[in-house]
Design a protein around this ligand. Structure first.
Ligand code: ZN
Length: 136
């Protein structure tokens, strides 16, 4: 069994935004040489999240709205007394920053409308994306 590690960075531009990283992750899987196994995709950050879903302009706006309405940036969260990004920590904690996707035939086994989306919650920042591909 192989274990192949890859890492790349993404520059985000907005406080809260959705960035499609599907192609970069697929490339990491391709270059790993692993045909069958799993890919662990991980953001080593406490204020960003990973989502598997459709990258459609309206839905992207809906995701930003949902995060804003549920996690309420600027609300009276206690962590806002520290550095004003409690909403980002809470959303990252609940949505999650790691995804596990099966790899078959050298490609991620994704649904047609399952892109890999980096959800920036406290940008703009440079975000690291780690991909660990395990398999044969
Ligand atoms: Zn913080």
């Amino acid at each position: 069994m192989k274990a192949v590690f890859a890492e790349f960075t993404v520059e985000t531009r907005q406080r809260i935004e959705v960035v499609d990283i599907t192609e970069m992750v697929e490339r990491a899987v391709r270059e790993s040489g692993v045909r069958d196994g799993v890919a662990v995709i991980h953001l080593p950050h406490a204020t960003a999240a990973l989502v598997l879903n459709e990258y459609e302009a309206g839905l992207v706006e809906d995701m930003v709205r949902l995060v804003t309405e549920i996690f309420r940036p600027g609300a009276d969260w206690k962590h806002n007394l520290v550095d004003s990004n409690a909403h980002a920590h809470l959303a990252s904690a609940l949505i999650g920053s790691t995804r596990l996707i099966p790899v078959r035939g050298g490609r991620l086994l994704r649904g047609t409308w399952q892109n890999i989306l980096l959800l920036e919650l406290d940008g703009p920042r440079t975000r690291r994306v780690v991909v660990e591909v395990l398999g044969v």
